[in-house]
Design a protein around this ligand. Structure first.
Ligand SMILES: Nc1nc2c(ncn2[C@@H]2O[C@H](COP(=O)(O)OP(=O)(O)OP(=O)(O)O)[C@@H](O)[C@H]2O)c(=O)[nH]1
Ligand SMILES: [Mg+2]
Length: 627
C-alpha cells in the first residue's frame, strides 16, 4: 500500500514518516540545511511505501506529482498551528484526485495537547463533504512516540485501493538516476498492470524503447512488480539515457504510447475559486507526475462557474501521456492556487465538431469508469461503432480484453451487432437506390459506396463488411462495380438497335475496328451520343476500349491476347512488327493494342520486345475489366 503525506509546511510530515519507519525521507543536503522538504521522499517498510511530499506553497506541483499515484493519504495537521493554507489546498487536491481513504494525524501533541478539541473541529469542517470526511483523527507526537502505534494500526486497516492487474502496465516515473556500477534506474508508482524482468516497454511521451533488466518492488528485488507497488526499474535502451527521462513520463506498453495534447474531460471548478473559468483560460495542468500549461474551453456553456462541474476541452502546450479515467488537477495561470480538476473522458478526441450534440452524447456515454459500460452505452448511439485501437488504448486494455467487451471487433472497429445489421441494410439500400436512379450504370464502386454510407465507416471496416456481403451473395462484384444480384444494365430499344448496327461495323473490321467518330458518321448520330453508348456497352462487357475512342469487341481482345501469347511462345518474344503482321491492322493500331496489354500487365515491355505473362491470360474473359 502506498501512503502519501499531505499538509502544510513544517507540520511534521517528514518527522512522522521517520517515527513510523525509522527512515529520513529528506535526502537532499539542501533539505537538511533548510529543514524543509523540497523533493519527493520515499520510505518503505514491509507493509507500507510512503511518499513524503513537501508542504511549502512553492512546491505544490511536487506534492501533486507525489499524490497522484497513492492509495491513501496521511494528512498531517500540527496542533499548534491548526488548519493552514496548504492544509486546505492539499485536501482539495486529494479530493480532486479521488483519494477516498486516509488518516489525519494531529502532530506535535507533546507541545499543544490542549488544542486537540479545537483543531479536531477545524479539520472536520475542512474535510466535511470530502471523500475523507469519515477518516479517523489521531493526535500523535513524533518526538515522544505518543500515538504512533495507534496511527500505524489505523493506516494498516485502510488497505490498498483496488488496481487493475489485467491492464497493460503503466508506471508514472517520478525519478531517474544512474547507478555507480552503470545502468539507469527509473522509479515510480505502477498504476496498472504488471511488469516483469525482460519486458520490452516504452518511455512515453519520448517514445524510447527500453528493456527491463531488473526490478525492485517496494524496495525488494524481484522478477515481477504489480499494480499498486512502488517500483524501481533497471532499464536499458539504445536511445535511452538519464537525460531522456523527465518526471511525469510514463513507462508503458508500446501499444499505449500515444502522446496527446488534446483531452476531453469532466471538470469541476472549486467552490472557492476566485472566478469562473472562461473560454481559453490559461491553466497549469497536472496529471500523474506531469505538469504542463494548457487552455480550457467549456463544451456546453461558455464558462464554468465556481462550484460547478462541466464537460470541457483541454488543449495542452505539449503532448503528454494521458488515458481515460486519469485524474488531473488545475492550478491558476500564476501557479499560486488550485482552482479545479477532474477526470479525463477521452484522451484522443476529434479535432473538429467538439460541440456537436452527437459528440457530447458520446462523451456522456464514455464518462463511465467501467470500460464495458462505457462501450455499451456508446454503441447505442450513432454511428453504432467506434475505433477499436483508440478505445482499447484510451482504456489501457490489452487485445485479450476484447472478448469481455459488449461489441464485435470488425477490422479497425468495435461495432454493436445491431449496427452491423444496419450497415448491411444500408449497403443494400444504397445499391438499390443507385440501380433505380441510374439503371444504365453497372452499380457503384467501393469508394463511392463507402462515401454514401451514413456515418462513413472506415475503409478497413467497410472492406470487411463488403467482403462478408459478397461472400454470402447478398451483393456481387463485376470488376470494380458492386451491385445487387438482380441488377443488369439494360439498353433502351433505340440504343439496343444502334448498338447492334455498331456491333456489325466493329465486327466487320475485326482487328482494325472503326473509331468512334467513324461509327457516328456511318450511323448518323452525334459523336458524343456514340461515345456514351459505347462506354455503356463496355461496362456491360461486350466492348473494350483499348485506347481512347478505339473500341474492340471484347472477344476480339481475347483473341488478340491469344495471338500475342502464340507469337511469344513461337519466337520467345513479341515485337510490334510480328504482332502487326499477324493482325494485318497497321503498325499504329498494333502498338495501341500492345500498350493496352502493357497496362493490363499481360505484357511486359523491354525496349522493342515484350514478354507475355501467360498467367495473366485468364483475365481476358468476356467481362474485360482489367483489375
Ligand atoms: N515538538 C514536536 N516537534 C515536531 C514534531 N513533529 C515535527 N516536529 C518539528 O517540526 C519541524 C518540521 O518538521 P518536518 O517533519 O520537517 O515538517 P514537514 O511537514 O515535513 O515540513 P515540509 O516537508 O517542509 O512541509 C521540525 O523542526 C520537527 O522537529 C512533534 O511531534 N513534536
Ligand atoms: Mg517534510
Amino acid at each position: 500500500m502506498i501512503i502519501g503525506t499531505a499538509g502544510h509546511v513544517d507540520h511534521g510530515k517528514t518527522a512522522l514518516v521517520k517515527a513510523l519507519t525509522g527512515i529520513d525521507a529528506d535526502r537532499l543536503a539542501e533539505e537538511k540545511r533548510r529543514g524543509i522538504t523540497i523533493d519527493l521522499g520515499y520510505a518503505y517498510t514491509e507493509e507500507f511505501g510512503f511518499v513524503d511530499v513537501p508542504g511549502h506553497e512553492r512546491f505544490v506541483h511536487t506534492m501533486l506529482a507525489g499524490a497522484s499515484g497513492i492509495d491513501a493519504a496521511l494528512l498531517v495537521v500540527a496542533l499548534d498551528d491548526g488548519v493552514m493554507p496548504q492544509t486546505r489546498e492539499h485536501v482539495q487536491i486529494l479530493e480532486l484526485l479521488g483519494i477516498d481513504r486516509g488518516v489525519i494525524a494531529l502532530t506535535k501533541s507533546d507541545i499543544a495537547a490542549a488544542r486537540i478539541t479545537d483543531v479536531d473541529h477545524e479539520v472536520r469542517s475542512v474535510l466535511a463533504k470530502t471523500l475523507l470526511a469519515e477518516a479517523p483523527l489521531l493526535p500523535v507526537s513524533s518526538l515522544t512516540g505518543e500515538g504512533i502505534e495507534t496511527l500505524r494500526s489505523a493506516l494498516t486497516s485502510l488497505g490498498p485501493r483496488p488496481r487493475a492487474q489485467e491492464l497493460h502496465p503503466r508506471l508514472a516515473v517520478d525519478r531517474a538516476f544512474t547507478l555507480e556500477i552503470g545502468g539507469l534506474v527509473l522509479t515510480g508508482t505502477l498504476v496498472a498492470g504488471r511488469i516483469r524482468v525482460e519486458d520490452r516497454l516504452m518511455l512515453s511521451p519520448p517514445g524510447i524503447e527500453l528493456r527491463v533488466r531488473g526490478l525492485h518492488a517496494q524496495n525488494q528485488p524481484g522478477q515481477e512488480a504489480l499494480a499498486g507497488q512502488r517500483v524501481a526499474l533497471n532499464v536499458t535502451g539504445q536511445r535511452l539515457s538519464k537525460d531522456s527521462v523527465t518526471r511525469g513520463d510514463w513507462v508503458l506498453h508500446p501499444d499505449v504510447h500515444a502522446p496527446t495534447a488534446r483531452l476531453d474531460v469532466r471538470l469541476t471548478v472549486l467552490a472557492d475559486a476566485p472566478r469562473a473559468l472562461r473560454a481559453d483560460a490559461p491553466v497549469h495542468f497536472h496529471l500523474g507526475a506531469t505538469h504542463v500549461m494548457g487552455r480550457v474551453v467549456a463544451l456546453i456553456a461558455d464558462r464554468i462557474e465556481p462550484g460547478s462541474t462541466a464537460l470541457a476541452r483541454l488543449t495542452l502546450d505539449r503532448p503528454i501521456g494521458a488515458l481515460a479515467c486519469d485524474r488531473f488537477v488545475l492550478r491558476d495561470a500564476t501557479a499560486t492556487r488550485t482552482i479545479g480538476g477532474g477526470v479525463v473522458i477521452d484522451p484522443f478526441p476529434p479535432r473538429r465538431g467538439r460541440r456537436r450534440p452527437e459528440r457530447l452524447s458520446q462523451l456522456e456515454a464514455l464518462d463511465q469508469a467501467n470500460p464495458a459500460d462505457a462501450l455499451r452505452t456508446l454503441l447505442t448511439l450513432p454511428p453504432g461503432w467506434t475505433d477499436r485501437l483508440s478505445f482499447l488504448r484510451a482504456r489501457n486494455l490489452p487485445a485479450a480484453a476484447l472478448s469481455a467487451l459488449p461489441a464485435m471487433a470488425m477490422a479497425d472497429l468495435l461495432i454493436a451487432p445491431a449496427a452491423l445489421d444496419g450497415l448491411d441494410n444500408d449497403v443494400v439500400r444504397q445499391l438499390a437506390d443507385n440501380h433505380a436512379s441510374a439503371p444504365d450504370l453497372p452499380g457503384l464502386q467501393f469508394e463511392r459506396l463507402r462515401m454514401a454510407m451514413p456515418g462513413r465507416p472506415s475503409t478497413a471496416a467497410f472492406r470487411a463488411i463488403v467482403g462478408s456481403l459478397l461472400h454470402s451473395g447478398v451483393i456481387v462484384q463485376d470488376g470494380p462495380w458492386l451491385r445487387l444480384p438482380t441488377h443488369r444494365v439494360t439498353l433502351s430499344v433505340r440504343d439496343e438497335r444502334l448498338w447492334q448496327q455498331a456491333r456489325e461495323l466493329i465486327a466487320a473490321d475485326h482487328f482494325r475496328p472503326p473509331r468512334t467518330r467513324d461509327l457516328a458518321r456511318a450511323l448518323s448520330v452525334s459523336e458524343t451520343a456514340m461515345r456514351t453508348l459505347l462506354k455503356r456497352v463496355q461496362r456491360m462487357g461486350p466492348l473494350t476500349e483499348v485506347a481512347p475512342d478505339q473500341f474492340f469487341l471484347s472477344e476480339t481482345v481475347d483473341e488478340m491476347a491469344g495471338i500475342a501469347a502464340d507469337i511469344a511462345q513461337d519466337s520467345g518474344t513479341l515485337t510490334a512488327a510480328t504482332f502487326r503482321d499477324r493482325l494485318a491492322n497497321g503498325r499504329k493500331v498494333a502498338i495501341l493494342v500492345l500498350e493496352f496489354f502493357d497496362r493490363t500487365g499481360l505484357t511486359v515491355r523491354r525496349g522493342d520486345e515484350r514478354q507475355v505473362r501467360t498467367d495473366r491470360l485468364g483475365m481476358f474473359g468476356t467481362v474485360s475489366s482489367a483489375e
